[in-house]
Design a protein around this ligand. Structure first.
Ligand SMILES: Cc1ncc(COP(=O)(O)O)c(C=O)c1O
Length: 480
């Protein structure tokens, strides 16, 4: 890893970019065209050289772009935007109906059982914290049973459980060994809940859900699925798999606007104290006592985010409407191309958790020999107009396991990605390894940035690039 703070000589703006927009290939080949139209697909972005290029968004796993159909739906419903559950006016009644209809649509999207509850939250983190709050407690207010989780989880599926009785299981080097370890731990001591990710946010590897649910249920534990990464890529079916609870975020299923959901069994949600005490969560209030509403309203105190719920539900409808297998086929073509092209480059290392993972969603973690991940990410953005994520992805224990304490790069794809986006990334990494960067970079507030970056953000963004704060404290390699 380069330890100096400035890498490469700055040079004149003479970078010649291949014209990927002109790539001619059979238009019906899988991955050549986006699977669904997304807003910003043709976004033009500046390069440090003064040129412009079409943005290659390979950061879907962080936040996916908005589906065009979601944006159109928002335009359609905005004139009716009004308070939910709080007004007799026509617009207010339409908004209330829209909100409750969104709840039913999300329930259908995850194959909810008839008595399951859909609670709208801010995001997956909020949904998992809500469930952590609802795990039954004993007389002393302590969790009545442990929550069990693996050491590969995103912090959102780890920190809420650490606040009460919990145990973790160290995943094996194969999925088989991991299942054996989980079964042994569940047999050794009962647990109330097993919290498990559907797909790793770092490597994209998918876990065998049905088997995991079976072994948890055998031991009397419920299962919550962190589907933040799985939901945008695979169908989820609570009734068919037996998963007790599922949590996911709107912004990862192509529906920005700050919504998420927790869907699952009613009893824990009805018995727990209100998550967010306030208006809407109650039936009756006096100055000495309160009768709380049942779930979901019990946990949705305050004015609901109706546009967020509507966006999320519309995205669910659009994804569910795709022909069977189309999403998997599109993303597999992109992931295979990405992984095989990167793997072919001497100096690139791909990271994975298990030796025997049968499948993965469109997420690939990699490192480039001789360059820090943050440097490569800055180079890809500044010289090639490519957006990827770098860092530790809110999964510190997993990054340590992978031997990548300083982080990795992560490229991720989705319905708007094409093979040419993936090729641009592989070509740019290849160029870095063969020619090196063309610009000078320095570390500023923990992040690598081009020295004298001439690129500017649109005026409405309110700040010039890189000046709006350094790395998130949990993403930079340094502990502050
Ligand atoms: C697997 C996983 N779980 C949970 C989260 C948290 O999602 P959010 O930030 O939307 O709450 C993420 C976000 O990246 C994730 O990838």
């Amino acid at each position: 890893m380069p330890l100096i703070d400035v890498q490469a000589e700055r040079c004149s703006p003479d970078i010649v970019l291949p014209s990927y927009e002109d790539v001619s290939a059979p238009t019906d080949a899988v991955g050549v065209r986006p699977l669904l139209p997304v807003v910003g697909a043709n976004l033009r972005v500046p390069l440090v050289t003064g040129q412009e290029t079409t943005y290659a968004n390979l950061d879907y796993a962080a936040s996916a772009p908005c589906l065009e159909e979601v944006a159109a739906h928002l335009t359609e419903v905005l004139p009716y935007y009004a308070s939910v559950h709080r007004g007799a006016g026509y617009a207010s009644q339409v908004s209330t109906s829209l909100y409750e209809n969104a709840r039913a649509q999300v329930a259908a999207f995850v194959g909810a059982r008839a008595d399951d509850v859909v609670v709208f939250t801010r995001n997956t983190t909020d949904a998992l914290n809500l469930l952590a709050h609802c795990v039954p407690t004993d007389g002393a207010g302590e969790r009545a049973g442990d929550v069990l989780f693996l050491d590969i989880e995103h912090h959102a599926n780890l920190l809420p459980w650490q606040r009460g009785r919990h145990r973790y299981v160290v995943a094996g080097t194969t999925q088989r060994a991991t299942l054996v370890a989980l079964r042994a731990e569940l047999a050794a001591r009962p647990a109330a809940l097993l919290a498990i990710t559907g797909a790793s946010n770092v490597t994209g590897e998918v876990l065998p859900l049905t088997e995991i649910v079976a072994l948890a249920h055998e031991a009397g534990a419920r299962v919550v699925l962190d589907a933040a990464q799985l939901a945008p890529h695979r169908r989820i079916d609570l009734a068919a798999t037996g998963v007790d609870y599922v949590a996911f975020s709107g912004h990862k299923v192509y529906a920005p606007l700050g919504s998420g959901v927790l869907v699952g069994r009613r009893d824990w949600l009805d018995e727990a104290p209100a998550y967010l005490p306030g208006g809407g969560a109650v039936r009756e209030v006096t100055l000495t006592g309160t009768t709380w509403a049942s779930a979901p309203q019990r946990h949705e105190g305050g004015t609901p985010n109706v546009l967020g719920a509507a966006a999320l539900a519309r995205a669910c409808l659009v994804l569910a409407d795709l022909p069977e297998g189309a999403l998997e086929e599109h993303e597999e073509a992109l992931r295979n191309r990405l992984a095989s092209r990167l793997d072919a480059l001497a100096g690139v290392r791909l990271h994975q958790i298990w030796r025997d993972s049968p499948s993965a969603i469109g997420v690939v973690a990699f490192t480039v020999e001789g360059y820090e991940p943050g440097f490569v990410a800055a180079y890809l953005s500044a010289e090639h107009g490519i957006g990827v994520r770098d860092g530790k992805f809110c999964a510190h224990p997993l990054l340590s396991r992978l031997g990548a304490q300083a982080g990795t790069l992560r490229a991720s794809v989705g319905v708007g990605t094409t093979l040419s986006d993936v090729d641009r990334l592989a070509d740019a990494v290849e160029r870095l390894l063969s020619v090196g960067p063309r610009w000078e970079y320095a570390r500023v507030e923990g992040r690598w940035s081009p020295v004298g970056d001439p690129r500017t953000a649109p005026a409405w963004a309110g700040a010039s690039l890189g000046s709006a704060g350094g790395a998130s404290p949990c993403e930079s390699g340094t502990i502050r």
